[in-house]
Design a protein around this ligand. Sequence first.
Ligand code: SF4
Length: 342
Amino acid sequence: MTDRLCLTSLTLSELEGYLQKIGEKPFRARQIFQGIYQRGLTDFSGFTDLPLALRQKLSEKFIINPLAIEQTASSADGTVKYLFRLPDGFYVETVLIPSGQRRTVCLSTQVGCKFRCAFCASGLNGFRRNLRPGEIVSQVLSLKYLFGHQITNLVFMGMGEPLDNLENVLKAIRILNDEQGLNFGARRMTVSTAGVIPGIRQLKNFELQINLSISLHSSIDRQRSQLMPINKKYPLPELVAAAEDYIRSGGRQLTLEYILIKDLNDSLYEAEGLAAIARRLRAKVNLIAYSPVAGLPYLRPTTEDLSRFQRWLEERKIKVTVRQSKGVDIAAACGQLAGKFQ
Ligand code: SF4
């Protein structure tokens, strides 16, 4: 384990401040940012535009990318899952999901998760720790430069609950958005939540207009509490009210994620409730077929189950996109691969 700090945890202005503190010119920060984010450098010896003494100072204090690749798994549908080892020996997953022209990367924000949703592999092993901003940013850097992917969209939807690690997630977003860095547009980033209401309120005041998606998975309060224990703390009616408040501030858009589980949340009653919530929030619904997790009793719906549920929503004038969960053959549901290693 290294005790050097992660350079990709620093915003441009923090890096400028640090350089000033050690007697260097602040403009060097831009050169360092460009080297890391635009040229994909991972070793200080590659920064030939920096004086040798500064390179040495930086390499004593910092590491650029703290992630080591442990395993990759490719699915027949093009999804690729990457398992990274962190400096303290924990593991996180990052998934590349190709779809048409889009290359979406699904990022992890925590090692494990506190929220223990009944159907989810990430919650099975409990919570270990929050990821640092640089550990989130470096997932993007690794996929872009180490594995050569042209990334179009980022979703904070992998292991962990992003709004439970909000400070670090927002910092990672600022770093990814910086025009001296990857210059990733706010509209191409989506943060997902299981329903952490204080986090939604905080996000409302965030300076960048990133997208928000709420993992709903049931439109019935009692059923949702069984599937997602967080619903006991932040019940559905309060969650919907917080989401409504969010979309009213600055015309923001919202997506509702709904994992369809056979014989559990695939009834007409559920569809009617979901349609009512989506209408109230002017939200699009993203319907996802459940990806079975070893050791959990939940079933994947058939194609007919999925089409029927989609039809029920569309008959109620709700905009629905159906995502056949990708990478079923490589256990791409979040947390499955890392859970085996942890
Ligand atoms: S679905 Fe999300 S919030 Fe729920 S246990 Fe899994 S990672 Fe945590």
